[in-house]
Design a binder for this molecule. Structure first.
Ligand SMILES: [Zn+2]
Length: 269
């Protein structure tokens, strides 16, 4: 599942493939942008903002402003870079964006969001995001402040809310609650140390951003890279207790799989 670390790697790889190159063909396979054509313009850079990807394209001749191709991977999305002549590793009908340079094709498959707009639209698109765990603007104090601003909200939901801090997805929110020993439905106000929680979030994403296998246990050689996530059949990696799996959400967040160990993460009433 794409989380901030996955998106950071996608941005890094796309940036390496596209930055400084002219687009010789663009093909946006969503109705709203089907006629949008950025051919002839040069890609400036590709960056991640939380779980969002921004491909920044320089203005064309006679244009006063550059462009942004904004995508979000949601559940299944991914970007691939192919050398010319290389066979796509996903079916073509799942492609939502194709960007071609003289050297390569970048193809976005099953993107949850795909939009193209003048650069000034970035603020509206991603300006609401909290501090980006892997971004140049990271500000742990601000992330703590935002988390604490709704004290009654369950910490497991607050961590997923990208307005508090950007980059945490479902795997990390479950593992973070485990690592600090709190039940995910514990109100934020009852979490013993929010500063530690935020610092731990940053450390986990930093440690994982450059590798494809997500590890929260600190043991890179182990067979089990996670403590509780998706372990309802195997049990808590620390104590073996049966991991509880529930679907949890609130008005603002859709229902998502929640995993926790009832022994290591007791519910505080
Ligand atoms: Zn346990």
């Amino acid at each position: 599942m794409p989380e901030g670390d996955t998106v950071w790697r996608a941005a890094r790889d796309l940036n390496a493939a596209l930055a400084g190159s002219e687009l010789i063909r663009t093909d946006f396979r969503v109705p709203r942008f089907a006629t949008t054509d950025l051919r002839g313009r040069t890609v400036e850079e590709v960056v991640s903002r939380g779980k969002h990807l921004l491909i920044r394209v320089a203005p064309g001749e006679s244009e006063s402003e550059g462009w942004t191709i904004h995508s979000h991977l949601k559940m299944e999305g991914l970007w691939h870079v192919y050398a010319w002549g290389e066979r796509w590793r996903r079916p073509a009908f799942k492609a939502r964006a194709v960007l071609e340079t003289a050297a390569c094709q970048a193809v976005g498959f099953e993107l949850g969001i795909l939009r193209v707009f003048p650069r000034s639209g970035e603020e509206e698109a991603v300006g609401y995001l909290g501090p980006d765990l892997l971004g140049p603007d990271w500000d742990s104090g601000e992330a703590v402040r935002r988390l604490a601003s709704v004290p009654e909200r369950p910490v497991g939901l607050a961590l997923l809310d990208q307005r508090n801090l950007a980059g945490i997805g479902n795997v990390y929110r479950c593992e973070l609650c485990f690592l600090i020993g709190v039940h995910p439905l514990t109100p934020v106000a009852q979490v013993p140390d929010l500063v530690r929680l935020v610092d731990l979030s940053k450390r986990l994403l930093e440690a994982n951003k450059a590798r494809s296998r997500r590890i929260t246990t600190g043991m890179s050689s182990g067979r089990d890279p996670l403590w509780v996530y998706n372990r309802e059949k195997r049990g808590c990696l620390r104590c073996g207790t049966r991991v509880v799996h529930e679907l949890v959400g609130d008005n603002e967040l859709e229902l998502r799989d929640l995993y926790f160990c009832p022994h290591c993460q007791p519910r505080v009433e």
